[in-house]
Design a protein. Structure first.
Length: 254
């Protein structure tokens, strides 16, 4: 029985259904913004707003990205609840577009791209995480962007794509540690495939200053589980003098 051949996407990708993807994304964002002011604040949103007043490179329970984005929303819109939920709505709108682009990388035409985007937009999970300012909102977007780049890497064999993949992984670790699960699964999958395994032998992946390191430095669980002493306030934690100098510059803010 003949083995199915690996599809080559180099130069053969279908045209992107940009208008259709943007319409689906815009419809989802509009729906989320219409109901953004209902039901009041979620308890996690209140926590992120308080944490945004004590910005740090990491907290006892999470990395710094989501509180920093809450601080940006508070700076732009004050205490207006729809303003806080604007960024999550835009994030899931971007997720819808990225999903369509993933379908394109897998050989899907315009109809398939719009269908994939519409399925994600209609998902209850997407609507739920797009309604609240939470780490999960940006986590699913970063996972999708990473998978899009991975699909492109597998289709083209362009090892330079390891750099943007590393950048996405680093930003993901600044938001939530679960992106490490995706990295582990991807590694296992690449090792299990004879052709894909060759992509790991790349100087772009082994670069000593790869972008993924920016997220590893601020993984909040790593210092805590390493046995270092932490002094906590209700919203932020500070390590000992062995920590990065950036922490010392923010001692007064906590």
């Amino acid at each position: 029985m003949p083995q199915p051949s690996r599809p080559s996407l180099t130069g053969t990708r279908p045209p992107v259904a940009l208008a259709g993807l943007l319409w689906v994304a815009a419809a989802l964002v509009a729906l989320l913004l219409v109901v953004a002011g209902r039901y009041g604040y979620h308890r996690d949103e209140l926590y992120f707003l308080v944490a945004s007043r004590h910005l740090a490179w990491g907290y006892v329970d999470q990395p710094p990205l989501t509180p920093a984005l809450a601080g940006l929303a508070r700076l732009l819109f004050g205490d207006w609840l729809p303003g806080l939920r604007l960024l999550p709505a835009l994030a899931v709108g971007a997720l819808v577009v990225v999903t369509g682009l993933i379908a394109r990388e897998l050989g899907g035409g315009r109809a398939a791209q719009v269908l994939a985007a519409a399925c994600v937009a209609a998902s209850g999970v997407t609507v739920a995480v797009g309604h609240l300012h939470s780490t999960t909102t940006y986590d699913v977007l970063l996972w999708a962007v990473g998978l899009l780049l991975l699909a492109r890497l597998l289709g083209t064999g362009d090892r330079r794509l390891w750099l943007p993949i590393g950048l996405v992984a680093g930003v993901g670790l600044l938001n939530k540690a679960t992106v490490a699960q995706l990295a582990g699964v991807v590694l296992v999958g690449l090792l299990a495939d004879r052709q894909a395994r060759r992509l790991l032998a790349s100087r772009w992946l082994a670069a000593p200053r790869s972008p993924w390191r920016c997220g590893r430095r601020t993984w909040p669980g790593r210092p805590a589980t390493a046995g270092r002493s932490w002094r906590s306030s209700p919203t932020c934690a500070r390590p000992t003098a062995a920590s990065a100098p950036a922490w010392r510059s923010r001692r007064s803010s906590c």
